[in-house]
Design a protein around this ligand. Structure first.
Ligand code: GAR
Length: 223
């Protein structure tokens, strides 16, 4: 693939931006099917901004507190994304709920990473809740965004074992390592057209990847 064919990606962050950094690192490869053209944070103190700047990516702050309502904030974000010719929007630890207007504006061109195996543990404090429930397998999900929170066709998931002595922090760290693997993978599949949303006869959506089947190995935890 030539660099001319790379899809232009804008990343929205609110915090440390480790997933953003993983995507920027993957996109350094000229063969990667997407390029990161801008990073927008809704918080001026987001640690990810300095990382993006150091990588030579255009960074912008659109402070939600400076706008009268969600939609005015989102219109300002869309203006910046359009000014950079963005084709795909990636949420990487972006901690604002988006309105249906924004989500429909980027239909099937807006993806998110969530630190749980959706549809389990939508929302916040996923690791605390998983530990409290005593689950033995946790993980993370990259999905297309739909108006309902943490809902949308799943692109890639990774699973990790939960260990007896895990705390929310140790589990979060184990999951985060996998987030950094699957987010670049998922974005590559969306950008190259390998991951497409299809509907079944009942109108339910899922992502088709047309990839060779993985080895049929189970993650058994504990074993
Ligand atoms: C990640 O674990 C991401 O999955 C989570 O926030 C963290 C951001 O870390 N996202 C959500 O909880 C979204 N609801 P990062 O800024 O280092 O990428």
């Amino acid at each position: 693939m030539t660099t001319l064919g790379r899809r232009r990606v804008g990343i929205l962050i609110s915090g440390g931006g480790s997933n953003m950094a993983a995507l920027i690192a993957a996109a350094r490869d000229p063969a990667y099917p997407a390029e990161i053209v801008c990073v927008i944070s809704n918080r001026a103190d987001a640690g990810g901004l300095a990382k993006a700047e150091a990588a030579g990516i255009a960074t912008l702050v659109v402070d939600h507190k400076a706008y009268d309502g969600r939609e005015a904030f989102e219109r300002a974000v869309v203006e910046r994304l359009e000014a950079h010719g963005v084709e795909l929007v990636v949420l990487a630890g972006f901690m604002r709920l988006l309105t249906p207007w924004f989500i429909e504006r980027w239909h099937d061109r807006l993806i998110n990473i969530h630190p749980a195996l959706l549809p389990s543990y939508k929302g916040l404090h996923t690791h605390e809740r998983a530990l409290a429930d005593g689950v033995k397998i946790a993980g993370c999900t990259v999905h297309f965004v739909r108006p309902e929170m943490d809902v949308g066709p799943i692109i890639v998931q990774a699973a990790v074992p939960v260990l007896d002595d895990d705390t929310p922090d140790t589990l979060a760290a184990r999951v985060l390592v996998q987030e950094h693997r699957i987010y670049p993978l998922a974005l590559a599949r969306v950008a190259s057209g390998a991951a497409r949303v299809v509907q079944d006869a009942e109108g339910r959506e899922r992502v088709e990847t047309r990839l060779p089947s993985p080895p049929a190995e189970a993650l058994i935890s504990p074993r």
